[in-house]
Design a protein around this ligand. Structure first.
Ligand SMILES: C[S@@+](CC[C@H](N)C(=O)[O-])C[C@H]1O[C@@H](n2cnc3c(N)ncnc32)[C@H](O)[C@@H]1O
Length: 453
């Protein structure tokens, strides 16, 4: 791209202002009705949120369960707890800090445990918030590897742990992570399941605990080839090889595919107990950071030139709604689905939930109407108990169809705040803690009363 002309620069500035006004507008509408407890409401919400969004994303360290002994001792009776013991300092003690130049040694980091539910097996530590994008006031030493070449930690946005917690995974579940790359949530899910992932066939005969007959299955999907490759690297670096697919173990606990999540035919209907749909979205915080980066280098941010105020609504009504509809279809009755984004836009969050619920209602009404129409046209197709042995039995075209409905869960979490249908974690909450944005909504698929069981 050559040097921008004055005209291009003027258009860019106009678009930039429009973009900021659009983001700000999300907090004049439905989102500003949030019942935030931690935010000073004498100010407009955007005034606290905007500076918090501009700061670098604040990371947390997820200690890798599979790095420590527990997983590899799973065959022995003592190792039932997948938690890694010890502090981060202890877990990082083998790292040679002498070689890391500018890197400061790890100070005791704040244990994130107080924000997690008591039964949560994850071990997380907060890294301090960096004030500016150029500051390197805190760097972790590189992860250490164990004898199986697995790394001891992974860095992620602390807020992104909460959609995974909301999924409420249990041993024996068949789980779909529909849009998985680069893999932070997949890894959180796997760490949450920990030792329960040990394949039943792999349990040592000398174990005092009986072999598990219910096998957890995780289907990890990502359409983009390069991102899927990156995801595989993340999994290879953190997860034991015997859980991952290979030519010698095609039926491994974890399956990786590259299906299109907008296509209903990509996943078997009613096949999954749990589905995580972490949808592609407008990622406004990322856009703001990119704008800052490009403009400090006197460049125009290319993506902005393709942006319009209706971009968010378009993604929401197209890609995101299609993916969520696919996810609902693939979910078992009684199963749980978590829809999440890192978007600030109500179009991509609560409105997608509202749209899918309406769509399902519409489909139900259409199916009932269709059955009634067929019954009226051919009343004899209903089985009245007197079958004519000479006539072939008619297919049950007019049987009442199986209808479903979605129930929205309204659980409260230790960080974040409720929205109309879901939950939102924003960086100005908890005294500007810096986590998020993450929106998530937990849905359960139920049979609609009166439908065929
Ligand atoms: C928000 S990211 C997922 C982040 C991931 N869950 C994590 O925690 O690391 C959304 C992902 O969806 C993928 N994606 C986009 N369109 C898709 C489609 N039609 N089918 C499947 N995946 C898709 C993108 O390539 C992207 O990697």
């Amino acid at each position: 791209m050559g040097k921008p002309t004055q005209k291009e620069k003027a258009r860019y500035q106009l678009l930039r202002q429009k973009l900021l006004d659009t983001y700000k507008g999300y907090f004049d509408g439905p989102l500003s009705q949030l019942t935030a407890t931690q935010v000073d409401h004498t100010l407009h919400r955007w005034e606290t949120l905007y500076p918090a969004l501009l700061k670098p994303t604040r990371h947390a360290v997820l200690l890798n369960t599979f790095h420590g002994a527990p997983y590899f001792q799973a065959q022995s009776s003592e190792s039932t707890n997948p938690k890694l013991g010890g502090s981060l300092d202890e877990n990082l003690r083998d790292v040679n800090l002498e070689d890391s130049g500018e890197v400061s040694p790890p100070e005791p980091l704040e244990d994130a445990g107080r924000w997690l539910p008591p039964s949560c097996p994850l071990k997380l530590y907060h890294l301090p918030q960096q004030e500016t994008h150029s500051s390197k006031d805190y760097l972790l030493p590189p992860p250490s590897k164990n004898s199986h070449d697995l790394k001891n930690y992974y860095c992620l946005d602390f807020a992104s742990v909460f959609p995974v917690l909301a999924l409420d995974v249990h041993p024996g579940h068949t789980i779909l992570d529909m849009t998985a790359a680069p893999g932070g949530k997949t890894l959180t899910l796997l760490n949450h399941l920990g030792n329960s992932l040990v394949p039943a066939a792999g349990i040592n005969a000398s174990s005092s605990s009986p072999p598990s007959t219910i096998q957890t299955k995780l289907h990890v999907n990502e359409i983009d080839f390069q991102r899927r490759k990156r995801l595989r690297v993340v999994l290879d670096e953190h997860v034991p090889a015997n859980l991952l697919p290979s030519t010698s173990s095609p039926n491994s606990v974890i399956q990786i595919t590259g299906k299109d999540a907008t296509e209903a035919s990509s996943f078997r209907p009613g096949a999954y107990d749990r589905i995580l749909l972490d949808a592609p979205c407008s990622s406004e915080r990322h856009v703001l950071h990119q704008l800052h980066k490009q403009e400090s280098a006197s460049n125009l941010h290319k993506d902005l030139l393709n942006w319009s105020p209706s971009s968010s609504e378009k993604i929401a009504k197209g890609l995101q709604l299609k993916m969520l509809t696919t996810a609902v279809r693939a979910l078992k009755f009684g199963g749980t689905l978590v829809y999440s984004t890192c978007s600030l836009s109500p179009h991509e969050n609560d409105n997608v939930i509202e749209n899918v619920v309406n769509l399902i209602d519409k489909q139900n009404r259409r199916r009932i109407k269709e059955v009634s129409r067929r019954r009226d046209a051919d009343p004899g197709s209903e089985n009245d108990g007197e079958e004519d042995a000479r006539q072939p039995r008619k297919p049950p075209q007019t049987a009442f169809p199986e209808l479903w409905t979605l129930e929205i869960d309204h659980t409260s979490w230790s960080i974040g705040e409720p929205t109309k249908h879901g939950w939102m974690i924003l960086p100005d909450q908890q005294d500007n803690a810096g986590w998020g944005p993450i929106y998530f909504c937990k849905l359960t698929k139920q049979r609609k009363k009166g439908s065929r069981s």
